[in-house]
Design a protein around this ligand. Structure first.
Ligand SMILES: Nc1ncnc2c1ncn2[C@@H]1O[C@H](COP(=O)(O)OP(=O)(O)O)[C@@H](O)[C@H]1O
Ligand SMILES: [Mg+2]
Length: 445
């Protein structure tokens, strides 16, 4: 359904001496120098990458870097000077005019930043406009237009006129018009750039939602890295017609190819891009097998490992609760026999979902009684975030993603391990934090 687009050695020179211009690029002259010397303008220089079927692929770069030229070559609104563009195995430069029209009508739709809605036509007719141009019969195109309007949240607005709609809604009509032909490829050239920030975020969510209902190959042009990071499965960064780097948002943040890319990501709102799981650190975890004991062993382990808290898990790594030296001492106060860890659980610990953006953690962290546990898929314990971790993350221009942390196998204590009060068995899993040296608890037995 969705289609793959392969871009192979694609060049575009505006002017009648493309060869001369390309030779000068190879000699290292800048785009500006070539323009001054020859009057030729380099649109795209040697683009090579593949856009996978069903992904949202964002093309970014400063104004004039060649984004629009590149995307317009994908449906041959602009003919490449050389190179191949291959859609699901078909080189589109080899298509006949008739097949090209069919491709544009059925498979590839385009949404622009500012496209004019016809003021004298209803929203419904505006949406059906492309289909009308393509010669689709009235009943079929009205049906398709209505469905497309529903998809973008404008059900019922069909009979209205454009001037009754807000700017954001008009942009939705533009999207509906592109969706009306049910294309497998959507080309979106700065489609949201003119919208105010709130509406823009709303449209981004809308696009992600649409993508969940039906996967299309979306080539999305933007000059806003926050937007790119939010919606892009992968991102290509262009400069002066050249594609400098292609990668996932993570790839690009972790290892920017050069200073140009670095200058882009400097302004990124890292707190919106990074998730709780990205900054979670490992913690002291205790796997508790018994409900009726463990407090004394846990207290001893916390004291020995010089930690404030321990996170109690069951054998399936699900969080049971959090204990601290203080909560354990309080629970044991005046208590003679064995005591279950649950009696020492700290109250008011709200676990964080791994996918929560760091920007949404300020509230929970401000009131947290301890570093908060982060839970991943099927609520598995992944690690913790402390206020210090969060502040350290925020106190940087471009926070690096912490490297993946080695998972250490649990250290199982001898079941007969005595803590003075025979309050075992408990297994200890030492997840070392970079700041602390792992302690060999087992040797202490
Ligand atoms: N029709 C054209 N004639 C001459 N030069 C053009 C034409 N279209 C684009 N260019 C040039 O190609 C370069 C890339 O433009 P464009 O693809 O529009 O960049 P972007 O979309 O990244 O802002 C610019 O230097 C621009 O001036
Ligand atoms: Mg452009």
């Amino acid at each position: 359904m969705a289609k793959q687009i392969r871009i192979e050695n694609v060049f575009k020179v505006f002017g009648d001496q493309p060869k001369q211009a390309l030779d000068l690029v190879r000699q290292g002259l800048s785009k500006q120098q070539i323009l001054e010397r020859t009057g030729q303008s380099i649109g795209v220089f040697d683009a090579n990458f593949t856009i996978e079927a069903g992904e949202i692929f964002v093309v970014m770069g400063l104004s004039g870097s060649g984004k629009s030229t590149l995307v317009r070559m994908l449906n041959r609104l602009i003919e490449p000077t050389s190179g191949r563009i291959v859609v699901d195995g078909q080189d589109i430069n080899e298509l006949s005019d008739k097949d090209l029209r069919a491709l544009r009508r059925k498979d590839i739709s385009m949404v622009f930043q500012s496209f004019a809605l016809m003021p004298h036509m209803t929203v419904q007719d505006n949406t059906a406009f492309g289909l009308e141009m393509a010669g689709v019969a009235p009943a079929a195109r009205q049906q398709a237009a209505q469905e497309a309007l529903e998809q973008v949240g404008l059900a019922g607005w069909g009979p209205s006129y454009p001037d009754e709609l807000s700017g954001g809604m008009q942009q939705r009509v533009g999207l509906a018009r592109a969706l009306a032909s049910d294309p497998s490829i959507l080309l979106m050239d700065e489609a949201f750039s003119a919208l105010d920030p709130i509406i823009r975020t709303e449209m981004q969510s809308e696009l992600l939602r649409l993508q969940e209902t039906k996967r299309r190959t979306i080539v999305f042009i933007s000059h806003d890295l926050d937007e790119a990071m939010r919606i892009g499965d992968r991102i290509a960064i262009m400069k002066d017609g050249q594609v400098i780097q292609v990668g996932t948002p993570d790839d690009i943040l972790r290892s920017p190819a050069n200073d140009y890319v670095r200058s882009f990501i400097k302004g990124v709102d890292a707190a919106a891009v990074f998730k709780a799981s990205d900054i979670a650190r490992q913690a002291l975890t205790i796997i508790s097998e018994h409900n009726d004991r463990g407090c004394r062993a846990a207290l001893r382990l916390i004291e020995d490992s010089d930690r404030d808290h321990a996170y109690v898990l069951n054998a399936r790594q699900h969080l049971q609760g959090v204990v601290s030296a203080q909560s354990l001492r309080d629970a044991l106060q005046g208590h003679k026999g064995a005591l279950g860890l649950k009696h020492a659980f700290i109250e008011g610990v709200l676990p964080l979902d791994a996918a929560t953006p760091v920007a949404d953690l300020y509230g929970p962290m401000a009131t947290a009684p301890c570093p908060l546990p982060v839970l991943g898929e099927s609520r598995k314990f992944l690690g913790v975030i402390s206020r210090t971790t969060m502040l350290r993350f925020l106190d940087r221009d471009t926070p690096p993603v912490p490297p993946p942390q080695p998972v250490q196998p649990p250290v199982t204590l001898n079941p007969l391990f005595s803590t003075g009060d025979a309050d075992s068995p408990t297994m200890l899993q030492e997840h070392s934090d970079s700041a602390a040296t792992p302690t060999q608890q087992g040797e202490k037995a």
